[in-house]
Write a protein that binds this ligand. Structure first.
Ligand code: NI
Length: 137
């Protein structure tokens, strides 16, 4: 089991009230668990800002019937083959496709891939989830 340290913090009463409401809404079992998550997300944000190796996913939604769109997306993905771990394609209905691209590498390279995809005409949705390799958090 991981070592756990106890510490006490001082916080403004009003802020603590808001924090407790936040815990309730997010269904956190304890303040400790919520604070741990907040610290970890700050550390993940720092990894992205400092250009550490990170991981994440890009989600696309597009109509595969759009002329040349699938070929354009494939072309972009090949340009970034070194940071793409895998991609999953789901046929949502007759026209719409959902694609989940798992990535790992330099933040700037991942953002460049996201930007290239986002700028592609015909893509209805493009979002990036900034995660971590988990090694340092
Ligand atoms: Ni499809």
């Amino acid at each position: 089991m991981e070592k756990v340290r106890r510490f006490s913090i001082s916080i403004e009463k009003e802020l603590l009230k808001k924090f407790d409401r936040y815990l309730k809404e997010k269904k956190y079992p304890t303040r400790s668990k919520a604070i741990e998550d907040l610290i970890r997300s700050a550390l993940v944000e720092k990894e992205w800002l400092e250009g550490k190796e990170v991981a994440g996913s890009i989600v696309l939604v597009y109509n595969h019937n759009k002329r040349e769109l699938v070929a354009k997306i494939t072309h972009i993905e090949h340009d970034f083959h070194d940071i793409i771990l895998s991609s999953q394609h789901i046929h949502l209905d007759h026209e719409n496709c959902l694609e989940i691209i798992a990535v790992k590498g330099e933040p700037s390279k991942i953002e460049e891939l996201r930007n290239r995809l986002r700028a592609t005409k015909g893509i209805k949705h493009c979002s990036l989830t900034m995660a971590t390799t988990g090694r340092e958090v």
